[in-house]
Design a protein around this ligand. Sequence first.
Ligand code: C2E
Ligand code: MG
Ligand code: MG
Length: 391
Amino acid sequence: MLKLLQRTLAQLGCVQVTACDSARRALQEMDHPDGVPDLILLDLNMPEMDGIEFMRQLVERRYAGALILVSGEDEQILQSVERLVRAHRMTTLGHLAKPVQTEALVALIDKWEPAAGNRRRVARTTFVADDIRSAIANGELVNDYQPAVAVATGELVGVEALVRWRHPVAGLVFPDQFIGIAEAHGLIGDLTRAVLIAALAQAKGWRDAGLMLRVSVNVSTEDLAGLDFPDLVTGYAADAGVPTTSVVLEVTESRLMAKLVTGLDVLNRLRLKRFRLSIDDFGTGHSSLAQLRDMPFDELKVDRGFVHGAATDARLRAIYGASLGMGKELGMTIVAEGVEDRADWAFLRRTGCDLAQGYFIAKPMGAAELIGWLADWKLRLSEESLLADGG
Ligand code: C2E
Ligand code: MG
Ligand code: MG
C-alpha cells in the first residue's frame, strides 16, 4: 500500500514523498531540519505507536501541515478521529478508507492548499490582568456585531455584540484570549458594563434610524453572581432609551452558576424586568438539561458544533433535532449558531428553527457596516433564492 500511495502521489505532482513503515520512523524523519512535510497521510492502525498517539507527537512538535487519515476502521471512528484532529487544532483534508481508491485521494489532494496548511498559527500573546484593566480604562475594547436573521423570512431580527480588543501592539485580539482572565481577576463586571453600554448606545442609534433590532450581549456567570446586576442593567437600558424587551442577555452554559441561589435570584429578576435570557452554546456544557429545568430562559442557541454539517452528519442531526424539539416544547426561541454554508442554511429551513447566525449570513462586523450588509443580504435572498423551497 505504501508503494502504491507513493506512486499515486508522485503522479499527482507531489515533488517529495517519503514512505515510513512505522510512526517512530516518521518522527525520526521529521526531526531532520527540512524534514517536516506539508502533508501527512496517516494510517490509524500501526504497530507500536498507533495513529492517535502519533498525532499527539505531532501536536508536541507543533506540526503545522495537513493530515489525511487512512484506515480500515468504520466511518464512525474515522469521523470521531477527525474531530480529534480538529480539537488538536490541526488541519485535516479528510479520510480515506483502505484500500485507498485513487479517485478519492485525488479529490482530497485537489482541495488542499499547501500554503494555508503551512501558515503557522500566530503565536498567542498572554495577557495579564493589568493589561486588560487598562484596556477597559482606555477604551480599547470595541464591539463587533453579528446579524441574526429569521430562518423563515430572512428578515434581520437582531445583532449579537462580540467584544474585540484593539491592542496597540498585538492588533485585534479576540475574546477567548481575555474573557477568562477578566473573569478570574474580578474585571468582568467592568468589561460587561463597557460592552453593554456601547451596545445599547448602538442599538438606540439603529432604532432612531428605523431599525428596531434586538441586541444580544454575552454576560458571564460572574456577572450573575452580583445581586445588583438586574438593577444595573435596567439602569443602562433606561439611560440609553432602549426597551428591556429588545435586550437579550446570553449566558454560556459551561460557565453557569457557581452559586445557584444567587444566579436564580438574578436571572428571575432580569426576567421580571422583561429582559430576554438566552442559553448560549447549548449542548456543550455538562448539565445543560438541569439548567433548562431550573433557569427561566426564553431562547436557546444551539452550539455551532451541532449545526454546521448537520445536513450530512446523522449524529449532529440527531443532537440538533433533540435540542430544537426540546427548546420548542419549552416555548423557547431557537437560534442556530455557526451557519457556515448553503447546506447548513437549507437544512435549517427544513427544521423549523427560528433564527440563524453564522458566516454564511454574515461575519461579525463593525457597527458602521451593518446597513451596507443588509442591502447585500436582501439582494442575496432573491438572487441566490435563499427563501425558495429547499433553499
Ligand atoms: P459566542 O457568544 O457563542 O459567540 C459566537 C462566536 O462564534 C463568535 O466568536 C463568532 O465570531 C463566532 N462565529 C459566528 N458565526 C460563526 C460561524 O459561522 N462559524 C464559526 N466557526 N464561528 C462563528 P468570538 O467573537 O471569537 O467570541 C467567542 C466567545 O467569546 C463568544 O462565543 C462569547 O462566549 C465570548 N464573548 C464575546 N464577547 C463577549 C463579551 O462581551 N462578554 C463575555 N462575557 N463574553 C464574550
Ligand atoms: Mg453568544
Ligand atoms: Mg455561542
